[in-house]
Design a protein around this ligand. Sequence first.
Ligand code: CA
Length: 300
Amino acid sequence: MDTQISYRILPVALADLGEGPVWDEQRNRLLWVDIVSGRVNQWYADTEEYEAVDFPCKVGSIALMQTNKLVAATDKGFAFLNLENGEFAYLVDPEEGKKGNRFNDGKCDSQGRFWAGSLNEKGQKQAAALYLLDGKGVVTKKIDKVSCSNGMAWSPNDETFYFIDTSIRQIVAYDFESGAGRISNRRIVIEVDPADGLPDGMTIDAEGMLWIALWGGWKVVRWDPGTGEKLAEIRLPVSQVTSCAFGGADLNDLYITSAKIGLTAEERRAQPAAGSLFVVKNLSVSGMATNRYVMQDGSV
Ligand code: CA
């Protein structure tokens, strides 16, 4: 097992709760959110420029569309965000009236649908869910009684969906029918030892292995969901490692987000890089191309 892979800390603003990294291959940029401050960050890999746009809501996750617009899962439900002018356009909120809930991690599937789940900010168990927003703007609940909806990924052959409910420390798999967007046959594929922290965001590589960020675990671990075996780890100088995504021209650079929220003053002094965006360049495996949200009425 690799015990140490070198990383670079990128020169961007530290996030309170950095999350949801998404690679945009059209503009060679990484987008990620700072959930609690409603900020969408952009790192342009070629020019090494950093930009941020602030929105009037908490932004749990985002997905690319065809233009400079994003679909987002927020504390006001699903919305469109415009990176050109900072505009927030409300779409639909399946959890309207659910006090204390907000949307969290989300990602698009191969058919251009956006999957995003929620959590209860007061930590109420099983009060959240995972939803699918299709290209017509219709929302379907896919998993009920979730506590803290987090990372998701689809296998390279698109037949398996992986999902993390952080609170139960499990990575579960479902059979995935991409045409219908149906999931079935739930089973546990990885159980995370408490000493490794809590599983948060994740991504998958072209070999079908999961890269899982560990909140409170100081690392990202590459896991084999077929055997439950740990294959490699990237140790980081921050405890709250939140998510990761492959990017770069060859999709073999791993971008990793982190948080400083909830750390004591002493912990923040000990972890000056908390909230950073990290990159590990030129890994020996590549990630999967980013899926975009596709509107079915032909608009973008
Ligand atoms: Ca997360």
